[in-house]
Design a protein around this ligand. Structure first.
Ligand SMILES: Cc1ncc(COP(=O)(O)O)c(C=O)c1O
Length: 377
C-alpha cells in the first residue's frame, strides 16, 4: 500500500472496507473461459424469468421516460398497504432493499454507534454500517448454521445497539428463525426505545415451514419492528431494483427525510405493481424453486455432500475443500456458483436454484469436480 498515491483521505473504516463482491457474470465467464454455454446459479435470481404482466406494464410506461418518477411511489405504496393491511405512511420504497439497509443505518446511527447481527449474515449490513463509521457486533452462528437468538439476547443485556439486523431466512445459510424466537427478541427490545429490529425477509415467499414468523401480525404489536422486503427474488425484478420496508410511521418519516426524492425509477414502480398482483407467476416461481431444492437435496445426498436445508432459493454446501478451487473448477465447466469465504465460510459454496436443466448440469458438474479435487488433495 506504501506506493499508493493518496489523492483523498477517507475514514479508517472506509479504507479497510472490503467491497461487496457480486456473482460473476455470464458474459465475463464466457469470455474468460472461452465457453459458449454458461449457467449462472450465483446470485439467487429467479430462473423463471420476468412475468409477462411485468413486461406489459413496463412497455406501457416507456412512453413516459421523459418524466421524473412519482417521488412517493403512491400507487405502489397503496397496493402494498392494501396487501399488507398497513397504512401508506408505514411504507418506504427503495432502490432495492440494499438501499433501505443503507438508509436505515444512516438515519438511525451516528459514527461510534453499534449495530448487532450474526456472523454469516447478509453482508450488506456490515458494509453499510462500516461505511457510516458504525461498529458491527456479530454473534456466532449455532451449530446448525442459524442465528443464535439467545446469544443476541445476551449481548443486548450488557450493551446498546441502534439496529439489530436479522435475515430470515438468512443468506447465505438458507436457515430460518422460528416465530417463538423472534417474539422473544421483540419482547426484550420493545421497551428499549432506541433499538429497532429489522427482519429482512428477502426470501420469505420461498419458506415451507409452519413455524416461520407471521411478521405482519407481529408488526401490529411491536412498534420497533421493521420488515424489509425485496422484489429481486421471487418477484424477479432484480434488474430494476425494488425493495420496501414496513415500519412505524415515525421510522418511515425519518428515513424519508434523507431518502433521495426520485430513488425508485418509474419502470420499477409499474413493474412492482404488476409483479405483486401476479399470483400465478408467484405460484409458478415457488414450485420451480421447491422442485429444484428437492432435486438438489437428493443429488447432494447421493454425492455425499454436507448441506443445510434451505428456506430460500439457494442451498449452502460444505465441500470440505478450499471453495476457491471448487468455484474455479465449476467455472471451467460453465457453472457459476458463489463461494462464501467473505462470510467466514472457507470451504462452503452457495448454489442458487436454476431451471431444471441448469440444476442437473450443476449437480453433475459438482459431482465430477469434487471427485477430481478430492483425488488430488
Ligand atoms: C438477505 C438479503 N437481503 C437483502 C438483499 C438485497 O436485495 P436487493 O437489494 O436486490 O433488494 C439480498 C440480496 O441478495 C439478500 O440476500
Amino acid at each position: 500500500m506504501d506506493n499508493v498515491v493518496h489523492i483523498m483521505k477517507v475514514s479508517k473504516d472506509i479504507e479497510q472496507l472490503i467491497p461487496y463482491k457480486p456473482g460473476k457474470s455470464i458474459a465475463t465467464t464466457k469470455k474468460e473461459y472461452g465457453l459458449t454455454e454458461v449457467y449462472k446459479l450465483a446470485s439467487n435470481e429467479s430462473p423463471v424469468g420476468t412475468s409477462p404482466k411485468v413486461m406489459e406494464a413496463i412497455q406501457k410506461e416507456l412512453n413516459n421516460l421523459h418524466r421524473y418518477p412519482d417521488p412517493n411511489a403512491t400507487k405502489l405504496k397503496e397496493l402494498i398497504a392494501l396487501q399488507a393491511n398497513v397504512s401508506v405512511e408505514q411504507i418506504v420504497v427503495g432502490n432495492g432493499s440494499n438501499e433501505l439497509i443503507d438508509l436505515m443505518v444512516r438515519t438511525f446511527c451516528q459514527a461510534g454507534d453499534q449495530i448487532l447481527t450474526s456472523e454469516a449474515a447478509f453482508i450488506a449490513y456490515k458494509i453499510c454500517a462500516k461505511a457510516a463509521g458504525v461498529k458491527v457486533i456479530e454473534t456466532p452462528l449455532t451449530s446448525q448454521m442459524k442465528f443464535d437468538i439467545d446469544a443476541i439476547l445476551k449481548k443486548i443485556e450488557s450493551d446498546k445497539f441502534k439496529i439489530i439486523f436479522v435475515a430470515n431466512p438468512n443468506n447465505p445459510t438458507g436457515t430460518y428463525i422460528p416465530e417463538s424466537e423472534i417474539v422473544n427478541l421483540l419482547e426484550v427490545t420493545k421497551d428499549l426505545n432506541d433499538t429497532i429490529v429489522v427482519l429482512d425477509e428477502a426470501y420469505n415467499d420461498f419458506v415451507r415451514v409452519d413455524d416461520f414468523p407471521k411478521s405482519l401480525n407481529l408488526f401490529s404489536k411491536y412498534k420497533n419492528l421493521v420488515i424489509l422486503k425485496t422484489l429481486s427474488k421471487v418477484f424477479a425484478i432484480a434488474g430494476l431494483r425494488l425493495g420496501y420496508i414496513i415500519a412505524d410511521d415515525q421510522v418511515c418519516n425519518y428515513i424519508n427525510r434523507i431518502r433521495n426524492p426520485f430513488n425508485v425509477n418509474s419502470l420499477a414502480q409499474v413493474a412492482a405493481i404488476a409483479a405483486l398482483q401476479d399470483k400465478n407467476y408467484l405460484e409458478q416461481a415457488q414450485k420451480v424453486n421447491w422442485d429444484g431444492l428437492d432435486y438438489f437435496y437428493t443429488q447432494l445426498k447421493k454425492i455425499g455432500v454436507t448441506y443445510w436445508p434451505s428456506q430460500a432459493n439457494f442451498v449452502l454446501i460444505d465441500t470440505k475443500i478450499d471453495s476457491a478451487q471448487v468455484f474455479e473448477a465449476l467455472l471451467r465447466m460453465g457453472v457459476i456458483t458463489r463461494p462464501v469465504k467473505a462470510y467466514g465460510l472457507p470451504t462452503h459454496i452457495r448454489i442458487s436454484v436454476g431451471k431444471e436443466t441448469e440444476n442437473k448440469i450443476a449437480m453433475n458438474a459438482l459431482e465430477k469436480v469434487l471427485n477430481e479435487l478430492s483425488n488430488n488433495n
